[in-house]
Design a protein around this ligand. Structure first.
Ligand SMILES: CC(C)(COP(=O)(O)OP(=O)(O)OC[C@H]1O[C@@H](n2cnc3c(N)ncnc32)[C@H](O)[C@@H]1OP(=O)(O)O)[C@@H](O)C(=O)NCCC(=O)NCCSC(=O)Cc1ccccc1
Length: 293
């Protein structure tokens, strides 16, 4: 078994300021920025119970790096909101303790929208995922002191590996109804996860949706669980902001659209208890079962 140690000596979490409570939770930090690119890094945690790190946990790094690649807009006093985000898995998520880096490169932008390319890699440049994120440009608001989140689990470490509660606990999942082809998780998100506008980081939508889909189609594990289906890609459409203080309890609904011999496609929504869809998503999983002709 590989040693559980931080494997990128140039990433020290304390050297970089957290810009968002989601970054505090996940231990993600924006590590470098240019006019049209940015990088964000995180040390993969170990969860108190459950599997190793699912791809969706890297959503905060992906969304942050992609958003910060629009740095020239921020310099004009503008801000951005994620409209859609796609991740395609191209390699395994490394084991806990490994540093992963997401790089966002601006493809195009104007005064209305921006599009960024995402690449997530581990040590030795091994690719984990690629993707894109589309942003809408909105008026910026004056800088203020970010709220201090109460969830600082990622900063407790065991031998260099951040130790976090289970994903169910992190997302306040209080109830789960599972059927063969559909499931509903009830989540009460900690309002401390919101930014100063009261909304949840787009990268955490990726983590929530991934968690909901895996709860339906199989375990979240990628290591030592050969029976788990493998997430190939995930596409999210951000329809309305997630504001836990306003929305209260939210539902994570997942439905299997088609279960093929090898490929299972899943649709999921993040919605309020009154059925107002905040985010919708599509995921593709590859079955771990033997290929058949
Ligand atoms: C803005 C747009 C994407 C599209 O615009 P449009 O087509 O013009 O949308 P429209 O105006 O028609 O509104 C649609 C519905 O939304 C509602 N609503 C709108 N605004 C607010 C509000 N402020 N508060 C409350 N609700 C609001 C509005 O009432 C309406 O509801 P209704 O239909 O009447 O019931 C919108 O769909 C949206 O906000 N999606 C969620 C985006 C999102 O949360 N992304 C992730 C976080 S960003 C991030 O993390 C990136 C980052 C990372 C790191 C660092 C920096 C940045």
């Amino acid at each position: 078994m590989a040693p559980l140690s931080v494997s990128a000596p140039d990433f020290e979490i304390g050297r970089h300021r957290a810009r968002h409570p989601a970054e505090v939770l996940t231990g993600c930090r924006v590590t470098a920025r240019g006019d049209d690119w940015a990088t964000a890094a995180m040390v993969l945690p170990r969860f108190a119970t459950g599997p190793d790190v699912p791809l969706g946990w890297l959503g905060v790094a992906a969304d942050s790096a992609a958003a910060q690649s629009l740095g020239s807009l921020f310099a004009q006093g503008l801000d951005v909101r994620t409209v859609d985000l796609r991740l395609d898995a191209v390699g395994p998520v490394p084991s806990p303790g490994t540093v992963v880096t997401a790089r966002g490169d601006l493809i195009s932008s104007n005064h209305r929208t921006g599009l960024s390319r995402i690449r997530i890699h581990g040590p030795d440049d091994a690719d984990i995922a690629v993707g894109t994120a589309r942003f809408i440009v909105v008026p910026g608001s004056p800088p203020s002191t970010p709220s201090t989140p109460t969830m600082t689990g990622s900063e407790s470490t065991t031998g260099g590996v951040p130790l976090l509660p289970s994903l169910d606990e992190i997302f306040g999942i209080t109830d789960a109804a599972r059927h063969e082809n559909s499931s509903v998780l009830t989540a009460e998100l900690d309002p401390a996860l919101c930014n100063r506008h009261g909304v949840v980081h787009g990268g955490l939508h990726v983590s929530l949706i991934d968690h909901a889909m895996r709860a339906l189609v199989g375990h979240s594990g990628t290591h030592g669980d050969p029976g788990a289906p493998e997430l190939l890609d995930l596409t999210l459409a951000y329809q309305r902001p997630l504001a836990p203080r306003v929305d209260g309890t939210v539902l994570l609904c997942a439905t299997v659209e088609r279960r093929g011999r090898r490929i299972t496609t899943v649709h999921a929504t993040l919605q309020t208890s009154t059925g107002r869809v905040l985010t919708s998503a599509q995921g593709t999983f590859l079955s771990a079962a033997e290929d058949r002709p």
